[in-house]
Design a protein around this ligand. Structure first.
Ligand code: PLP
Length: 397
Protein backbone atom coordinates (compact mmCIF):
# COMPACT_ATOMS: atom_id res chain seq x y z
CA UNK A 1 0.00 0.00 0.00
CA UNK A 2 1.17 3.50 -0.75
CA UNK A 3 1.51 5.62 2.37
CA UNK A 4 1.65 9.40 2.28
CA UNK A 5 5.22 10.64 1.98
CA UNK A 6 4.89 12.70 5.17
CA UNK A 7 5.02 9.60 7.32
CA UNK A 8 8.49 8.74 5.98
CA UNK A 9 9.76 12.09 7.30
CA UNK A 10 9.60 10.96 10.89
CA UNK A 11 10.81 8.13 13.14
CA UNK A 12 8.95 6.46 15.99
CA UNK A 13 9.73 8.14 19.32
CA UNK A 14 13.01 6.43 20.38
CA UNK A 15 12.27 6.83 24.06
CA UNK A 16 8.88 5.14 23.76
CA UNK A 17 10.43 2.41 21.59
CA UNK A 18 13.13 1.59 24.18
CA UNK A 19 10.54 1.56 26.93
CA UNK A 20 8.38 -0.88 24.96
CA UNK A 21 11.36 -3.16 24.23
CA UNK A 22 12.41 -3.14 27.91
CA UNK A 23 8.84 -3.97 28.98
CA UNK A 24 8.64 -6.84 26.48
CA UNK A 25 11.94 -8.32 27.75
CA UNK A 26 10.74 -7.96 31.35
CA UNK A 27 7.49 -9.70 30.49
CA UNK A 28 9.56 -12.51 28.97
CA UNK A 29 11.27 -12.97 32.33
CA UNK A 30 14.53 -11.04 31.81
CA UNK A 31 15.79 -9.04 34.81
CA UNK A 32 15.92 -5.67 33.04
CA UNK A 33 16.76 -2.39 34.73
CA UNK A 34 14.76 0.33 33.02
CA UNK A 35 16.68 3.59 32.62
CA UNK A 36 14.60 4.53 29.59
CA UNK A 37 11.49 5.96 31.22
CA UNK A 38 10.52 9.51 30.36
CA UNK A 39 8.15 9.77 33.29
CA UNK A 40 8.23 10.04 37.09
CA UNK A 41 8.09 6.67 38.85
CA UNK A 42 5.81 8.17 41.52
CA UNK A 43 2.08 7.53 41.55
CA UNK A 44 -0.36 10.34 40.74
CA UNK A 45 -1.26 11.95 44.11
CA UNK A 46 -4.47 10.65 45.66
CA UNK A 47 -6.27 14.02 45.77
CA UNK A 48 -5.85 14.24 41.99
CA UNK A 49 -7.16 10.73 41.39
CA UNK A 50 -10.12 11.43 43.62
CA UNK A 51 -10.99 14.57 41.68
CA UNK A 52 -11.23 12.45 38.53
CA UNK A 53 -13.33 9.79 40.27
CA UNK A 54 -15.71 12.49 41.54
CA UNK A 55 -15.93 13.85 37.99
CA UNK A 56 -16.94 10.42 36.68
CA UNK A 57 -19.63 9.98 39.34
CA UNK A 58 -20.90 13.50 38.71
CA UNK A 59 -21.37 12.61 35.04
CA UNK A 60 -18.70 15.01 33.82
CA UNK A 61 -18.15 12.67 30.91
CA UNK A 62 -19.28 14.61 27.86
CA UNK A 63 -17.57 16.91 25.38
CA UNK A 64 -16.14 20.07 26.88
CA UNK A 65 -15.24 23.22 24.94
CA UNK A 66 -12.51 22.30 22.40
CA UNK A 67 -9.78 24.39 24.06
CA UNK A 68 -10.59 23.17 27.58
CA UNK A 69 -12.99 24.13 30.35
CA UNK A 70 -13.02 27.64 31.81
CA UNK A 71 -12.30 26.05 35.18
CA UNK A 72 -9.04 24.51 33.94
CA UNK A 73 -8.08 27.62 31.95
CA UNK A 74 -8.55 29.65 35.14
CA UNK A 75 -6.35 27.20 37.06
CA UNK A 76 -3.69 27.58 34.34
CA UNK A 77 -4.04 31.39 34.44
CA UNK A 78 -3.59 31.30 38.23
CA UNK A 79 -0.52 29.08 37.83
CA UNK A 80 1.12 31.49 35.38
CA UNK A 81 0.39 34.39 37.72
CA UNK A 82 1.66 32.58 40.81
CA UNK A 83 4.75 30.89 39.38
CA UNK A 84 5.81 33.11 36.50
CA UNK A 85 4.20 36.51 37.21
CA UNK A 86 2.59 36.27 33.79
CA UNK A 87 -0.93 37.56 33.21
CA UNK A 88 -3.06 35.82 30.59
CA UNK A 89 -6.74 35.91 29.67
CA UNK A 90 -8.82 32.84 28.89
CA UNK A 91 -8.61 33.65 25.20
CA UNK A 92 -4.82 33.30 25.46
CA UNK A 93 -4.87 29.74 26.87
CA UNK A 94 -5.55 26.45 25.09
CA UNK A 95 -5.61 23.06 26.81
CA UNK A 96 -4.45 20.07 24.75
CA UNK A 97 -3.87 16.33 25.09
CA UNK A 98 -0.42 16.70 26.65
CA UNK A 99 2.40 19.19 26.17
CA UNK A 100 3.54 17.21 23.13
CA UNK A 101 0.18 17.87 21.54
CA UNK A 102 0.44 21.57 22.40
CA UNK A 103 3.87 21.66 20.73
CA UNK A 104 2.56 19.83 17.70
CA UNK A 105 -0.39 22.20 17.34
CA UNK A 106 1.63 25.37 17.75
CA UNK A 107 4.09 24.12 15.12
CA UNK A 108 1.20 23.32 12.76
CA UNK A 109 -0.27 26.81 13.01
CA UNK A 110 3.05 28.70 12.76
CA UNK A 111 5.41 26.86 10.41
CA UNK A 112 5.41 25.80 6.80
CA UNK A 113 7.68 24.95 3.92
CA UNK A 114 10.54 27.42 3.60
CA UNK A 115 10.64 28.23 7.32
CA UNK A 116 13.53 27.38 9.59
CA UNK A 117 13.07 26.55 13.27
CA UNK A 118 16.03 26.64 15.65
CA UNK A 119 16.54 23.78 18.08
CA UNK A 120 19.52 23.82 20.45
CA UNK A 121 21.01 20.36 21.00
CA UNK A 122 21.01 18.10 22.86
CA UNK A 123 17.27 18.37 22.18
CA UNK A 124 14.18 16.43 23.12
CA UNK A 125 13.67 13.73 20.49
CA UNK A 126 10.28 14.99 19.30
CA UNK A 127 11.12 18.61 18.40
CA UNK A 128 12.77 17.80 15.09
CA UNK A 129 9.98 15.49 13.96
CA UNK A 130 7.26 17.92 15.02
CA UNK A 131 8.94 20.55 12.83
CA UNK A 132 9.45 18.11 9.90
CA UNK A 133 5.72 17.41 9.88
CA UNK A 134 4.99 21.08 9.16
CA UNK A 135 7.25 21.08 6.09
CA UNK A 136 9.64 23.49 7.80
CA UNK A 137 13.31 22.74 8.40
CA UNK A 138 14.62 22.11 11.92
CA UNK A 139 18.01 23.81 12.30
CA UNK A 140 19.97 22.23 15.12
CA UNK A 141 22.37 24.47 17.03
CA UNK A 142 24.96 22.22 18.60
CA UNK A 143 25.82 23.43 22.09
CA UNK A 144 29.16 22.51 23.64
CA UNK A 145 29.71 20.45 26.72
CA UNK A 146 32.34 23.04 27.72
CA UNK A 147 29.52 25.61 27.84
CA UNK A 148 27.52 23.26 30.04
CA UNK A 149 25.39 22.44 26.95
CA UNK A 150 24.02 25.99 27.14
CA UNK A 151 23.19 27.89 24.00
CA UNK A 152 25.51 30.87 23.62
CA UNK A 153 24.17 34.20 22.30
CA UNK A 154 26.78 34.26 19.51
CA UNK A 155 25.78 30.75 18.39
CA UNK A 156 22.15 31.79 18.33
CA UNK A 157 22.91 34.90 16.35
CA UNK A 158 24.98 32.96 13.81
CA UNK A 159 22.17 30.44 13.23
CA UNK A 160 19.48 33.01 12.42
CA UNK A 161 18.73 33.57 8.73
CA UNK A 162 15.94 35.53 7.02
CA UNK A 163 13.98 32.26 6.98
CA UNK A 164 14.18 31.68 10.74
CA UNK A 165 10.74 31.85 12.34
CA UNK A 166 11.32 30.66 15.88
CA UNK A 167 13.44 28.91 18.45
CA UNK A 168 12.17 25.96 20.47
CA UNK A 169 13.86 26.11 23.85
CA UNK A 170 13.36 23.96 26.93
CA UNK A 171 14.97 24.06 30.36
CA UNK A 172 15.58 22.28 32.63
CA UNK A 173 16.33 20.24 29.56
CA UNK A 174 15.66 16.69 28.58
CA UNK A 175 18.22 14.99 28.22
CA UNK A 176 20.99 17.00 29.95
CA UNK A 177 19.10 18.80 32.76
CA UNK A 178 20.52 22.14 31.62
CA UNK A 179 19.06 25.25 33.21
CA UNK A 180 19.68 28.91 32.43
CA UNK A 181 20.17 31.78 34.86
CA UNK A 182 18.19 34.99 34.45
CA UNK A 183 21.31 36.74 33.18
CA UNK A 184 21.94 34.07 30.52
CA UNK A 185 18.32 34.26 29.40
CA UNK A 186 18.49 38.04 29.10
CA UNK A 187 21.50 37.70 26.81
CA UNK A 188 19.67 35.23 24.58
CA UNK A 189 16.54 37.40 24.70
CA UNK A 190 18.50 40.40 23.42
CA UNK A 191 19.44 38.45 20.27
CA UNK A 192 15.93 37.07 19.82
CA UNK A 193 14.35 40.54 20.09
CA UNK A 194 16.88 42.16 17.78
CA UNK A 195 16.35 39.45 15.13
CA UNK A 196 12.58 39.34 15.48
CA UNK A 197 12.06 35.59 15.80
CA UNK A 198 9.46 33.86 17.96
CA UNK A 199 9.99 31.83 21.12
CA UNK A 200 8.40 28.49 21.85
CA UNK A 201 9.30 27.69 25.42
CA UNK A 202 8.69 24.15 26.65
CA UNK A 203 8.55 24.55 30.44
CA UNK A 204 7.46 21.00 31.24
CA UNK A 205 10.30 20.49 33.80
CA UNK A 206 9.80 23.88 35.45
CA UNK A 207 9.13 22.34 38.87
CA UNK A 208 11.80 19.67 38.77
CA UNK A 209 14.76 21.91 39.45
CA UNK A 210 17.57 21.43 41.99
CA UNK A 211 19.75 23.26 44.47
CA UNK A 212 17.05 25.94 45.07
CA UNK A 213 17.67 27.50 41.68
CA UNK A 214 15.00 29.93 40.53
CA UNK A 215 13.17 29.28 37.26
CA UNK A 216 12.44 32.04 34.75
CA UNK A 217 10.55 31.51 31.55
CA UNK A 218 11.67 33.88 28.78
CA UNK A 219 8.17 35.34 28.41
CA UNK A 220 8.31 36.61 32.01
CA UNK A 221 11.35 38.80 31.35
CA UNK A 222 9.47 41.61 29.60
CA UNK A 223 6.27 42.55 27.77
CA UNK A 224 7.93 42.37 24.37
CA UNK A 225 9.19 38.85 25.11
CA UNK A 226 5.75 37.80 26.28
CA UNK A 227 4.26 39.08 23.03
CA UNK A 228 6.56 36.89 20.88
CA UNK A 229 6.37 33.79 23.09
CA UNK A 230 4.21 30.73 23.21
CA UNK A 231 4.69 29.05 26.58
CA UNK A 232 4.07 25.32 26.70
CA UNK A 233 3.59 23.40 29.92
CA UNK A 234 1.55 20.53 31.33
CA UNK A 235 0.81 18.38 34.34
CA UNK A 236 2.62 15.20 33.21
CA UNK A 237 5.95 15.70 34.91
CA UNK A 238 5.10 18.00 37.86
CA UNK A 239 2.21 15.91 39.13
CA UNK A 240 3.21 12.44 37.89
CA UNK A 241 0.28 12.54 35.44
CA UNK A 242 1.84 11.34 32.18
CA UNK A 243 -1.02 9.01 31.36
CA UNK A 244 -3.73 11.61 31.84
CA UNK A 245 -2.65 13.62 28.78
CA UNK A 246 -3.18 17.24 29.76
CA UNK A 247 -0.90 19.99 28.50
CA UNK A 248 -1.45 23.65 27.76
CA UNK A 249 -0.17 26.59 25.77
CA UNK A 250 -0.28 30.31 26.47
CA UNK A 251 0.27 32.92 23.80
CA UNK A 252 -1.32 35.67 21.78
CA UNK A 253 -5.03 35.41 21.11
CA UNK A 254 -4.30 35.06 17.39
CA UNK A 255 -2.08 32.01 17.82
CA UNK A 256 -4.23 30.45 20.54
CA UNK A 257 -7.41 30.74 18.53
CA UNK A 258 -5.67 29.21 15.51
CA UNK A 259 -4.48 26.32 17.70
CA UNK A 260 -8.00 25.87 19.04
CA UNK A 261 -9.42 25.81 15.51
CA UNK A 262 -6.80 23.25 14.47
CA UNK A 263 -7.63 21.11 17.51
CA UNK A 264 -11.34 21.34 16.72
CA UNK A 265 -10.68 19.35 13.56
CA UNK A 266 -8.57 16.62 15.11
CA UNK A 267 -8.79 15.65 18.78
CA UNK A 268 -11.55 18.03 19.92
CA UNK A 269 -11.35 18.59 23.67
CA UNK A 270 -8.85 16.83 25.95
CA UNK A 271 -10.53 14.16 28.13
CA UNK A 272 -13.12 15.75 30.39
CA UNK A 273 -12.25 13.82 33.55
CA UNK A 274 -8.51 14.36 33.05
CA UNK A 275 -9.24 18.11 32.89
CA UNK A 276 -10.91 17.87 36.32
CA UNK A 277 -7.86 16.01 37.64
CA UNK A 278 -5.55 18.69 36.21
CA UNK A 279 -7.55 21.42 37.99
CA UNK A 280 -6.92 19.60 41.27
CA UNK A 281 -3.23 19.20 40.41
CA UNK A 282 -2.80 22.91 39.72
CA UNK A 283 -5.08 24.30 42.46
CA UNK A 284 -4.60 21.64 45.14
CA UNK A 285 -1.77 21.15 47.65
CA UNK A 286 1.66 21.43 46.01
CA UNK A 287 3.73 19.46 48.56
CA UNK A 288 3.94 16.41 46.30
CA UNK A 289 6.03 18.27 43.71
CA UNK A 290 8.60 19.30 46.31
CA UNK A 291 8.82 15.81 47.77
CA UNK A 292 9.30 14.28 44.36
CA UNK A 293 11.98 16.83 43.46
CA UNK A 294 13.91 16.29 46.69
CA UNK A 295 13.93 12.57 45.98
CA UNK A 296 15.08 13.14 42.38
CA UNK A 297 17.89 15.37 43.66
CA UNK A 298 19.20 12.57 45.92
CA UNK A 299 19.15 10.18 43.00
CA UNK A 300 20.90 12.70 40.77
CA UNK A 301 23.72 13.10 43.29
CA UNK A 302 24.12 9.34 43.53
CA UNK A 303 24.01 8.58 39.83
CA UNK A 304 26.42 11.35 38.84
CA UNK A 305 28.87 10.19 41.50
CA UNK A 306 28.68 6.57 40.37
CA UNK A 307 28.87 7.30 36.65
CA UNK A 308 31.82 9.64 36.87
CA UNK A 309 33.70 7.02 38.90
CA UNK A 310 33.72 4.76 35.81
CA UNK A 311 37.01 5.21 33.91
CA UNK A 312 36.52 7.16 30.68
CA UNK A 313 32.97 8.32 31.47
CA UNK A 314 32.26 12.03 31.94
CA UNK A 315 28.95 13.58 32.91
CA UNK A 316 27.62 17.08 33.59
CA UNK A 317 25.63 17.45 36.78
CA UNK A 318 22.01 18.04 35.76
CA UNK A 319 20.31 21.08 37.30
CA UNK A 320 16.82 19.77 36.78
CA UNK A 321 14.56 17.16 35.10
CA UNK A 322 15.35 13.50 35.86
CA UNK A 323 17.94 12.43 33.31
CA UNK A 324 21.71 12.26 33.04
CA UNK A 325 23.51 12.42 29.74
CA UNK A 326 26.97 10.88 30.23
CA UNK A 327 29.64 10.75 27.55
CA UNK A 328 30.72 7.16 26.84
CA UNK A 329 32.43 7.96 23.54
CA UNK A 330 35.83 6.81 24.84
CA UNK A 331 34.50 3.25 24.61
CA UNK A 332 33.57 3.49 20.93
CA UNK A 333 35.85 1.46 18.70
CA UNK A 334 36.23 -1.19 21.38
CA UNK A 335 34.71 -4.61 20.99
CA UNK A 336 32.92 -7.41 22.71
CA UNK A 337 33.88 -10.68 21.07
CA UNK A 338 33.50 -10.04 17.34
CA UNK A 339 31.23 -7.06 17.78
CA UNK A 340 32.66 -3.54 17.60
CA UNK A 341 30.71 -0.78 19.37
CA UNK A 342 30.82 2.20 17.04
CA UNK A 343 28.05 4.55 18.18
CA UNK A 344 25.40 5.25 20.79
CA UNK A 345 22.79 2.98 19.19
CA UNK A 346 25.21 0.05 19.27
CA UNK A 347 26.18 0.94 22.83
CA UNK A 348 22.53 0.95 23.93
CA UNK A 349 21.97 -2.42 22.24
CA UNK A 350 25.11 -3.83 23.86
CA UNK A 351 24.07 -2.60 27.31
CA UNK A 352 20.59 -4.06 26.88
CA UNK A 353 21.81 -7.42 25.57
CA UNK A 354 24.83 -7.90 27.82
CA UNK A 355 24.04 -5.87 30.93
CA UNK A 356 20.23 -6.01 30.94
CA UNK A 357 20.04 -2.22 31.21
CA UNK A 358 17.63 -0.26 29.00
CA UNK A 359 18.61 3.30 28.11
CA UNK A 360 18.33 5.65 25.14
CA UNK A 361 21.15 6.34 22.62
CA UNK A 362 22.44 9.92 22.73
CA UNK A 363 22.35 10.10 18.95
CA UNK A 364 18.58 10.49 19.16
CA UNK A 365 19.15 13.73 21.07
CA UNK A 366 21.79 14.95 18.64
CA UNK A 367 24.96 13.89 20.53
CA UNK A 368 26.19 10.46 19.56
CA UNK A 369 29.00 10.25 22.15
CA UNK A 370 26.36 10.18 24.87
CA UNK A 371 23.67 7.95 26.31
CA UNK A 372 20.58 9.10 28.19
CA UNK A 373 19.79 7.55 31.53
CA UNK A 374 16.54 8.31 33.32
CA UNK A 375 16.83 8.20 37.08
CA UNK A 376 13.10 8.15 37.60
CA UNK A 377 13.59 4.84 39.37
CA UNK A 378 14.59 3.68 42.86
CA UNK A 379 18.00 4.20 44.48
CA UNK A 380 18.42 0.40 44.56
CA UNK A 381 17.79 0.13 40.82
CA UNK A 382 20.17 3.02 40.15
CA UNK A 383 22.97 1.38 42.14
CA UNK A 384 22.43 -1.96 40.49
CA UNK A 385 22.02 -0.54 36.99
CA UNK A 386 25.10 1.68 37.06
CA UNK A 387 27.18 -1.20 38.41
CA UNK A 388 26.00 -3.32 35.48
CA UNK A 389 26.96 -0.53 33.07
CA UNK A 390 30.39 -0.23 34.71
CA UNK A 391 31.11 -3.96 34.43
CA UNK A 392 29.87 -4.09 30.84
CA UNK A 393 32.04 -1.12 29.79
CA UNK A 394 35.12 -2.59 31.46
CA UNK A 395 34.55 -5.84 29.56
CA UNK A 396 35.04 -4.06 26.23
CA UNK A 397 38.44 -4.55 24.65
C1 PLP B 1 7.77 14.55 28.60
C2 PLP B 1 8.06 15.74 27.77
C3 PLP B 1 7.05 16.43 27.09
C4 PLP B 1 5.67 15.84 26.89
O1 PLP B 1 4.84 15.97 27.92
P1 PLP B 1 3.32 15.48 27.78
O2 PLP B 1 2.58 16.56 28.49
O3 PLP B 1 3.25 14.20 28.51
O4 PLP B 1 2.96 15.38 26.36
C5 PLP B 1 7.35 17.61 26.43
N1 PLP B 1 8.60 18.09 26.43
C6 PLP B 1 9.62 17.45 27.03
C7 PLP B 1 10.98 18.03 26.96
C8 PLP B 1 9.39 16.25 27.71
O5 PLP B 1 10.41 15.59 28.26
Amino acid sequence: MKLASRIALIKPSPTLTIQAKANALKAAGRDIIGFGAGEPDFDTPLNIKEAAIRAIHAGFTKYTPVGGTDELKDAVIAKFQRDNQLTYRRSEIVISCGAKHSLFNVAQVLFEEGDEVLIPSPYWVSYTDIVFLTGAKPVVIRTRVGDGFKLQPAQLEAAITPRTRAIIISYPSNPAGVCYSRRELEELAAVILRKGIMIISDDIYEKIIYDDQPFFTLASLGDELKRISVVINGVSKSYAMTGWRIGYAAGSEEIVSAMTKYQSQNTSNPTSIAQKAAVEGLNGPQEGVGMMTREFQKRRDLIVERLTAIPGVTCLKPQGAFYVFPNVGSYYGRSFGEKVIRNSAEMATYLLDEANVALVPGGDFGHDDHIRISYATSIAQIEKGVERIRLALLKLR
